[in-house]
Design a protein around this ligand. Structure first.
Ligand SMILES: Nc1nc2c(ncn2[C@@H]2O[C@H](COP(=O)(O)OP(=O)(O)OP(=O)(O)O)[C@@H](O)[C@H]2O)c(=O)[nH]1
Length: 354
């Protein structure tokens, strides 16, 4: 089976900090004034040629500071179309890709137009008939560029917020990855801790308020628990959650679906099986079904529940099923082996740590 992804380091890490219109104009203006000061000390009086030189230089410095800052934003921000699918979904979830694209285009537009105005006004200042004219062209230039910068204020503000949100999203390592799914309270995070023998890294992905929990097995398999993402039927999800499901889909080489046959989780076996089928259909990767809480297997049993469990066993005939208890550790070693075999089955064993 072809691997779906190669997730690289966070592509938004290089995005520069975004200056706001006033800060940007101040920066350009200060640079221009500094240069003008230097030029003035090398000249005496304000003859027409000298004033032309000063105003022309101010215009060129302002244009270049502004365009440099704007173009840096465009160049250091990954283009939406070249993003890997996983990060494209993240972008959609966190800030909205359409608005992101639109804002970058606006910044590019402003940079182009300021560059053109810079050339135009520098020419005018150079040809000015008097110091007053030269200064008038420079002021007109400053007025025009500051109104352009103000015009893209919403776009700069949007990119500033986006940069803040996106710069710290953690990298999901390019290791074979198994995603854990199942209703709330079935024992997913306890299982993750048990099979990875470590406190998982809790990465604050914005999928839900809870983030992603990631742990690593001794063999170097990445196990990803996705609280709030794969824990209820598709029809109950909003748009953002659907994008989260798609993003997680790009990460998963295999799935562990956790079923709690004791129903202590508060969800019926039927509901759990039906979510299993939905997740299996959506992800199209091998699924290991883990029947958890096996230490409680024989508690609270009545006729009804016994029938439901028997039906469940029939429903799960086609699945690879492992019974485990995170408390007594029953089945844990078997599950580890199953995971390893599944990773080998999907052709990813060469990615395992030696
Ligand atoms: N007896 C028993 N209890 C378990 C086992 N695994 C988990 N539990 C308990 O079940 C409850 C839910 O476990 P969690 O691991 O938090 O479940 P979860 O699926 O991660 O829940 P969410 O974070 O809400 O999605 C906790 O009280 C656990 O202690 C098990 O194997 N045996």
């Amino acid at each position: 089976m072809a691997r779906k992804r190669r997730v690289e380091a966070n592509p938004f890490k290089e995005m520069p900090s975004i200056l706001y219109p006033d800060e940007l104009m101040d920066k350009a203006y200060l640079r221009a004034e500094k240069l003008a000061g230097e030029l003035r000390t090398t000249t005496r009086g304000l003859s027409t040629p000298k004033s032309r030189i000063i105003e022309d230089n101010k215009i060129r410095v302002i244009a270049s500071v502004l365009t440099d800052n704007l173009i840096k934003i465009v160049e250091k921000t990954p283009s939406v179309d070249n993003l890997q699918p996983f990060y494209r979904e993240i972008l959609e979830i966190m800030v909205g890709s359409d608005e992101f694209k639109k804002s970058l285009a606006a910044v590019q537009w402003a940079s182009d137009i300021i560059k053109r105005l810079g050339i135009q006004y520098s020419r005018r200042a150079k040809k000015a008939k008097s110091p007053q004219d030269a200064s008038f062209y420079r002021k007109q230039f400053v007025g025009r560029v500051s109104s352009i910068i103000k015009q893209i204020y919403p776009n700069l503000a949007f990119l500033g917020v986006a940069q803040n949100k996106l710069k710290n999203i953690p990298t999901v390592k390019d290791l074979p990855s198994v995603v854990i799914a199942g209703y709330p309270n079935v024992g997913k995070s306890t299982l993750l801790k048990t099979i990875t023998n470590a406190e998982p890294e809790v990465n604050t992905y914005p999928f839900t308020t809870k983030g992603l929990n990631i742990g690593y097995t001794d063999e170097g398999i990445q196990i990803v628990d996705t609280p709030g993402v794969l824990d209820r039927p598709i029809y109950e999800r909003n748009d953002i959650e659907l994008h989260a499901v798609i993003a997680i889909n790009y990460l998963s080489d295999a799935l562990i679906y956790v079923v709690d046959p004791t129903e202590h989780c508060g969800f019926t076996i039927d509901a759990q099986i039906s979510l299993l089928k939905e997740v299996e259909k959506t992800f199209k990767v091998p699924v290991i079904v883990v029947m958890t809480k096996s230490d409680l297997e024989n508690t609270d049993m009545d006729e009804d529940k016994i029938t439901r469990i028997e039906n469940m066993e029939k429903e799960l005939e086609d699945f690879n099923v492992v019974k485990v208890s995170s408390i007594s550790k029953e089945g844990i070693e078997l599950l580890r082996l199953e995971i390893l075999e599944t990773i080998e089955e999907v052709g990813l064993s060469e990615l395992l740590e030696q």
